[in-house]
Design a protein around this ligand. Sequence first.
Ligand code: ARG
Length: 495
Amino acid sequence: MLYITILNFMIMYRSRLKKNLNEITLEYVSSLFDDAEIAFYDIAGSQAHVIMLYEKKIITKSDAKKILVALERLKKEKFDKKSDSEDIHELIEQHVIKKIGMASGGKMHTGRSRNDQVSLDIRMKIRDDINLLCQCLLNMIQTLVSLAQKHQKTIMPLYTHLQQAQVGLFSHYLLSYTDALFRDLERLYVTYGRVNESPLGAGPIGGTSIPIDRQSTAKLLGFKGIVENSIDATSTRDYVIEYVAAVAIIMTNLSRLAEDFVIWSTSEFAFIELPDEFTSPSSVMPQKKNPDILELTRGKTAQVIGNLTTILSIVKGLPSGYNRDLQQIKPSIWSSSRIAITALIVIKSMLEKINVDNQNMKKAMEGGYLVALDVAENLANNGIPFRTAHQIVGNLVKTAHISKKSLEKLSIDEIKRSTKGIDPKTIKKIIDSTSISSSLQNRISQGSSGISEQKRMIQHRMDKINAYKTGITKRGNEVKTVFSNLTLKVKSLTK
Ligand code: ARG
């Protein structure tokens, strides 16, 4: 008897096909391993569907009850990835039928298809991942802003082309990543709206004659609406592309930050020291303290970019409707989420313990002519055309560099050679009154390294954190409530 049942299951979807897949072909075709990530969502989606089938009087209460109980039990079971099913959808239906029999269990899949089902599961999974990522981003932003608050007076050189450019502040640097990560957060925040639409009930591609209610399942699962067109609902993965692209952008931001920190932690720079627990040793060189975590952030970013490329390549040439190629998208999504979530957690914890060497940052500016632009601007503020001022200071730097001295050590005679008709004494006075600290005091343009701007920006970003906190917590709670309400509904229907 048992033998017959098992045999039946093996051919559950294969009634038209005379032979089963052999072991190696099954493994080639199966997505069961990757489907572990959506098992929970698949069960929840099926429960919502069954509740709707019952409420629309498409199946009886008794059938619905049996299916719901079987599904609820499955939530607690470990899935055997070694199964004859091709995917989680088949496996779950198989389990339900095995437990309660074909007469009731066989009704679970009425009015839907695996094609809407798989997209539904992916959407619910991405929805949760977005909420988690938003939370991680917000935590990281908070850490950056707190660190910026501590380093509002930590002077450092700013670089372009990796050459010293202007005098700056470490807080300003940290706030630049704060803003980049805020954009990442905003991007995910709006992507959520496009992910949070239900494809359930679209059927294989053209809908169904069974009088299902797509709006009701969407509501039960917390979606803000449905992906209306059933061809679109089953074919599109644009929401996946959008999500993974947003994740790839997060990673490129983290990767750039990682690169700065790799450079700054070298003994040549020594601007920062990484905490021991975030570095790796060498197997031979006892002195080594390698920034492996930062390097891996760069490496894993490449992986996420690869994931995005994989997904785009799968989608770009597909004809409309479901095609099995789409199955290969899933591991790229899971991998991208996992990488970005852990990267944000790890880098945030590392930042909290980083040692910043104010002295070395300041020392690096010695002999760097970093105030050159400030001198030129001070000349410009005295009515000299900026282009002339630029030429004067350029010449002064050249003279100073040849005689290996700083600008303020230049004599009146040396200055005379490059005055372009301006009184050398005026130039000397301006050079003498221009220093690193005056430069930072006078930098008043909005968003600049100026001291006053730091204070303003920090306060503004702190308010922004609080505003987002409310929205993100609310969204997370909404999804949690949806799933607990669904469980409650299942309970009340099955008692
Ligand atoms: N395992 C499939 C996937 O992940 C589910 C959909 C299968 N649909 C089909 N018609 N074969 O994409």
